[in-house]
Write a protein that binds this ligand. Sequence first.
Ligand code: SAM
Length: 255
Amino acid sequence: MRFDVMTLFPGLVEGVLGESIIGRARKAGIIELHTHNIRDFSTDKHRKTDDTPFGGGVGMVMSCQPIYDCFMNIKAELPEGKTKVLYMSPKGRTFSHGVARELSEYDNVVILCGHYEGVDQRVIDLIVDDEISIGDYVLTGGEIPACIVIDAVSRLKDGVLSSSECYENESVASGILEYPQYTKPRSFMGLDVPEVLLSGDHKKIDRWRLEEAVKLTRERRPDLLLQHPEIEESLLPKKKKRKYKKTDLEQRDEF
Ligand SMILES: C[S@@+](CC[C@H](N)C(=O)[O-])C[C@H]1O[C@@H](n2cnc3c(N)ncnc32)[C@H](O)[C@@H]1O
């Protein structure tokens, strides 16, 4: 999968996505990342990339020309395939695991990062397919949001993590929050690892993990359990589950 990032600060993106798991995925050729400095495309003699807003107001607005030319340059070199152009913006739809999954289906994702007061609306109208926000707060630029999107999407691609289980069982992706994790030593500052995790009984361990995950989700994100009632129901004894279904059907038959 290929990502192209249009930015005034390529170093911000390269720094974050050059290390660790994504850095390795890039070296392995699973993820391709190209950063493009918008300033390199400015035709202004001082390489200006922004100007004051029409109508007045504070701050500077990023101009159309350098962004448009930068995009045209990327477009000319993009390989064939499903392509999506994003603008990172607090006005966009909120990023989530679902949106990450959706984007992971594309071959090429081009991302425009704004700065200052944002970007001239005309260039957004001309080149952007979708606006994505990473949450209800305002950052100084779109580079950190772009890195978040690229990281979350990349780890869904085959070969980036050691196994798809790594993300399928994780918080939110699995439908609920993940159970607590422990590693060696067995005891730390008087706190012991739950006994069941040392039992070697994988049925019991799976059950304990599911119970803990449901408990945590009920406390912190009850909305997730409402979306996935079957997860909590799977903890009920089999007899109870059958009885529940039977009553449910009987009730429906009465109508
Ligand atoms: C200071 S912000 C501009 C905010 C703009 N004036 C507004 O009120 O919508 C500068 C840039 O940071 C990025 N940005 C800021 N907050 C963001 C968020 N929550 N999600 C995605 N991008 C964001 C966008 O690219 C934006 O163009």
